[in-house]
Design a protein around this ligand. Structure first.
Ligand code: UFG
Length: 331
């Protein structure tokens, strides 16, 4: 079985992908600087290297010690708000880190990379569902750096024969059904974990950012996709490349949109408690409506999301958050 290097494999989506790879029998090597990831999230069967992809000697060492067949790359900063106040951090880590790592990949003859991109590459969509061929016009620095990373892979392919798959996720959520791993950000900004902080006794209410959007109840619509379905797409993409597939870009979402208020009311029925909220100002940079077309990933990669019902997604998140109210705890 092939050996896969997962960069950022101690983070939220990375750790779930490592679990999926191991369940499917791959040998897995994880490299993570633990800036936002957690050692406890790394599967015990994966080899682990603590270090930073901007450090050429570190990443050279990993490629030298582990002869890997492909890379899955999650090692990046991913907070939209922070990217607007600290844009250079995003250029340094997301673009600089990827450049250093890619140079090392090329020098060590590794050809295949699956890369975590984002719906934020589109910006305010011209239409929904969004297709991969739609205009990309990021409205934040995070999306801008992810789009530039996609282009870096494109040019590295032209010059060095690298083959890549870029996966543009919509709203990642949920947790592994065993509740061994799940979502843990500090600070937490994502809707579902914030909603669940209320029944978990961590906050009294949440804020709904705007109810004057042109949507069915005035709150923003998003396409929520389970983290294990994202994980299975990464594994399919790695197999696709190793089997000779061409470089390509795929959206990953469920193709169904839910408003913020619908998410809250679904969470109320999952946990069996009232979840109070207050309406607040719109959050800067939030598009009203983001829904993916994932037909291409289904057709080309054979991807089939398994957790396509919102209540099932929230139930897995609740199992994790109620068992681990403080996430992984102190680092
Ligand atoms: N929201 C609230 N209250 C909260 C938190 C969020 O109302 O306390 C709303 C947001 O305004 C948004 C929706 O819930 O309408 C979802 O917000 P998230 O922060 O969970 O997710 P985003 O849609 O902002 O972000 C996602 C990905 C990003 C990606 C972005 C693209 O997490 O990586 O989509 O726009 F960049």
């Amino acid at each position: 079985m092939a050996k896969i290097l997962v960069l950022g494999g101690a983070g939220y989506i990375g750790s779930h992908t490592v679990y999926e790879l191991i369940e499917q029998g791959f040998e897995v090597v994880v490299a993570d600087n633990l800036e936002t990831g957690f050692k406890a999230a790394v599967h015990p069967k994966a080899s682990f290297y603590e270090g930073d992809i901007r450090d050429k000697s570190f990443i050279d060492g990993v490629f030298e010690k582990e002869r890997v067949d492909a890379v899955i790359h999650f090692a990046a900063n991913s907070q939209v708000g922070e990217s607007m106040t600290a844009p250079l951090k995003y250029y340094d880590n997301n673009l600089g880190g990827t450049r250093t790592m890619l140079q090392s990949m090329i020098e060590h003859g590794v050809k295949y990379i699956v890369f975590s991109s984002t719906a934020a590459t589109y910006g305010e969509p011209e239409r929904v569902p969004i297709l991969e061929t739609d205009k990309t016009c990021p409205t934040n620095c995070y999306g801008e750096t992810k789009l530039a990373m996609e282009r870096m892979f494109y040019w590295a392919q032209q010059a060095h024969g690298i083959r890549y798959v870029s996966l543009r996720y919509f709203n990642a959520c949920g947790a592994h059904p065993t509740a061994d791993i799940g979502e843990a950000h500090d600070p937490e900004t994502h809707l579902i974990p914030i909603v669940l902080q209320v029944p978990n006794g961590k906050r009294e209410y949440l804020s709904v950012f705007g109810e004057d959007y042109d949507t069915k109840d005035g709150s923003c619509v998003r396409d929520y996709i389970h983290v294990c379905d994202l994980a299975s797409a990464h594994v399919l993409a790695a197999r696709y490349l190793m089997n000779g597939g061409e470089s390509d870009i795929f959206n990953l979402g469920n193709g169904v949109g839910f408003t913020v208020k619908e998410v809250i009311s679904c969470a109320e029925s999952v946990v069996g408690k009232k979840i109070p909220f207050k309406v607040a100002e719109r959050r800067a940079g939030d598009p009203a409506l983001l829904v993916a077309s994932s037909d291409k990933a289904k057709g080309v990669l054979g991807w089939k999301p398994r957790f396509d019902a919102l209540d099932t997604i929230i139930a897995t998140a609740w199992r994790w958050h109620s068992a681990h109210p403080d996430g992984y705890g102190e680092k």
